[in-house]
Design a protein around this ligand. Structure first.
Ligand code: CAA
Length: 259
């Protein structure tokens, strides 16, 4: 499958999806959101892909936000539709994938760009990364889940400050706030993401998918996360991965989940 705004590369069981609109700092227009939906869906269904890495093309930007030029003349109904469609197709969709997604934040992650990174399961950043939700400077608020996920990751007080000031923070500060897990140099960023992917790939894909569902349950209205954990825990028993994992432990060998 080829895309207009994405580059998709397979590296063993890791798939790297690069958002490729560098002249527009990889801003998310409608077409790119649709392509990301399709690429993520295909990777998630592909048995040969165990981890997805999401990054931006060029040295300057991960994603500089939703495409402002595309929505500048929208009315309220179109604005609501933009946010609702985007959340459904990409941001909520990404958060709920069974395949872990690592965002490799290689520069500006602003507005919808930071929202995209926050919807991923894990975030790593290069030391030149700049992150923020500048929407109020445009007279609008974050619409791709940013008001919710930023507060979940950094706490309500810091989220309020970031959103109200529309300011940017650097990679080190983002790490100290818990917004990104690791910071490295630009040159080492993809290697770091691939190293984390390699560690994940040693483990059961079935159990990882169950863990994503259980962790995400904490953030769903009306869902008892502890009950979800009990259900997912129980469902792991007797699966081929469970037999392989427990069998390998008892036989004192390394489990092989991905053959
Ligand atoms: N949408 C559309 N185009 C964008 C863009 C965006 N979010 N961000 C950058 N671009 C375009 C610029 O318009 C420019 O294009 P042209 O050369 O055709 O004019 C090109 O990318 C390069 O950008 P700059 O010349 O501005 O580069 P810079 O280095 O001077 O500044 C920047 C970089 C600080 C990231 C600046 O581009 C910027 O502030 N971008 C907008 C960031 C932003 O406000 N993001 C939030 C978007 S709203 C949103 O995301 C809503 C939501 O939650 C749903």
């Amino acid at each position: 499958m080829s895309y207009e705004n994405l580059i998709v590369e397979q590296k063993g069981m890791t798939q790297v999806i690069t958002i490729n609109r560098p002249k527009q700092l990889n801003a998310l227009n409608k077409a790119t959101i649709q392509e990301l939906h399709e690429a993520l869906d295909a990777a998630d269904k592909d048995a040969q892909t165990g981890v997805i890495i999401l990054t931006g093309s060029g040295e300057k930007s991960f994603v500089a936000g939703a495409d402002i030029k595309e929505f500048a003349d929208f009315d309220p109904a179109q604005g609501k539709d933009l946010a609702a469609q985007g959340q459904e197709k990409l941001f909520t969709f990404l958060q709920n994938l069974s395949t872990p997604v690592i965002a490799a934040v290689n520069g500006f992650a602003l507005g919808g760009g930071l929202e995209l990174a926050m919807a991923a399961h894990i975030r790593v950043a290069s030391d030149n990364a700049r992150m923020g939700l500048p929407e109020v400077s445009l007279g609008v608020i974050p619409g791709y889940g940013g008001t919710q996920r930023l507060a979940q990751l950094v706490g309500r007080g810091k989220a309020m400050e970031m959103v109200m000031t529309a300011g940017m923070i650097g990679a080190e500060e983002a790490q100290s706030w818990g917004l990104v897990n690791h910071v490295t140099t630009q040159e080492e960023l993809m290697a770091l993401a691939e190293k984390i992917a390699g560690k994940i790939l040693n483990n059961s894909g079935n159990a990882i998918a169950a863990a994503i569902r259980a962790i995400n349950a904490n953030y769903e209205d009306g869902v008892d996360g502890y009950a979800k954990e009990v259900e997912e825990f129980g469902n792991c028993f007797g699966t081929p991965d469970f037999k392989e994992g427990t069998g390998a432990f008892i036989e004192k060998r390394k489990a092989n989940f991905r053959s």
